[in-house]
Design a protein around this ligand. Structure first.
Ligand SMILES: C[S@@+](CC[C@H](N)C(=O)[O-])C[C@H]1O[C@@H](n2cnc3c(N)ncnc32)[C@H](O)[C@@H]1O
Length: 275
């Protein structure tokens, strides 16, 4: 018995030491990464003017593209405290026209946050949210997951700060979207799109972008991770006809009329309820 309990204590101590060590390493790794990444994101966004040309696109294009996604997001959001996790220049807030939403924008780039005119702007990281457990009715992650260093930690943190019964809304590029197009009558559009952006880049002699991660997610993998966190999946669909040719108004009309984002969408879209 004595041997058993001393073994147990030893085991517990080793476990604690390993946890402490891994916490230290994790913390160190994150600090090094965040210091570097803060600079990278600020450098990148310093190039754009989000008042007149967000991400280098014109306002009608951004309003069309992000407008569709943001309206879908708002239609699923719960009234109360809403965290826009990686909210950037706070475009989502323009779609929350009901005063019962309490909008918080957290982003790792000060350059981005300075364009947001809302009251609650927080400089921080989705992987280490500076909020207490169960603080928000809704957490939104719109086009952020593909950029974060550790997707699982980011998802866990969003889950932690969400109240029970709260809603998590996720939109992120998915793997295999090109394959869906290739199988459709629209297969030539991505080719045209790539060619167009290639020619545009050459003509503008763009300076290369800083190395920001941009990793699409597999929809099956994503669903598994969300379910493993204990979410009930309320909606799973696709959004977004984000192709460069659609910056032109004619192509936007074609996309709206013929290309169903639920089928061909570039992004995976999830609405989840925390049980
Ligand atoms: C493509 S923008 C999307 C902005 C906004 N959600 C929208 O839909 O308009 C990605 C944003 O995520 C932020 N971001 C990237 N990694 C992040 C992280 N680990 N934690 C918090 N914000 C992050 C970037 O600074 C940027 O503002």
């Amino acid at each position: 018995m004595a041997q058993y309990s001393s073994q147990k204590v030893w085991h517990r101590n080793v476990l604690r030491a390993t946890q402490l060590l891994s916490f230290k390493n994790e913390h160190r790794r994150n600090t090094i990464f965040t210091k570097k990444a803060e600079k990278i994101y600020d450098q990148l966004y310093h190039r754009f003017d989000f008042d007149t040309s967000p991400f280098g696109y014109d306002i009608p294009y951004i309003t069309w593209r992000k407008g569709k996604i943001n309206r879908t997001i708002v239609s699923h959001a719960k009234k109360g405290k809403l965290l826009d996790n990686g909210g950037g220049y706070g475009f989502l807030n323009h779609f929350l026209d009901d005063p019962s939403y309490d909008y918080y924008n957290l982003d790792c780039s000060l350059e981005m946050l300075k364009y947001d005119k809302s009251n609650r702007r927080v400089l921080g990281w989705g992987e280490a949210l500076p909020f207490k457990n169960e603080s928000f009715e809704t957490v939104v992650s719109g086009d952020v997951l593909e950029h974060v260093q550790d997707k699982l930690i980011y998802l866990q943190e969003a889950h932690r700060v969400l109240k029970r019964g709260g809603i998590f809304i996720l939109n992120t590029p998915r793997t295999g979207w090109r394959r869906s197009y290739v199988r459709s009558a629209w297969f030539w559009i991505p080719l045209l799109s790539d060619f167009y952006s290639h020619v545009k880049k050459k003509a503008q002699k763009e300076t290369p972008s800083p190395p920001v991660p941009d990793v699409p997610s597999d929809e099956v993998w994503l669903r598994k991770q969300l379910e493993a966190l204990g979410y009930e999946i309320v909606v799973q669909s696709r959004t977004d006809n984000h192709l460069f040719v659609f910056t032109h108004a004619f192509w936007r009309r074609v996309a709206d009329a013929f290309i169903d984002p639920g089928k061909y969408g570039h992004c995976a879209f999830f609405v989840c309820r925390k049980g």
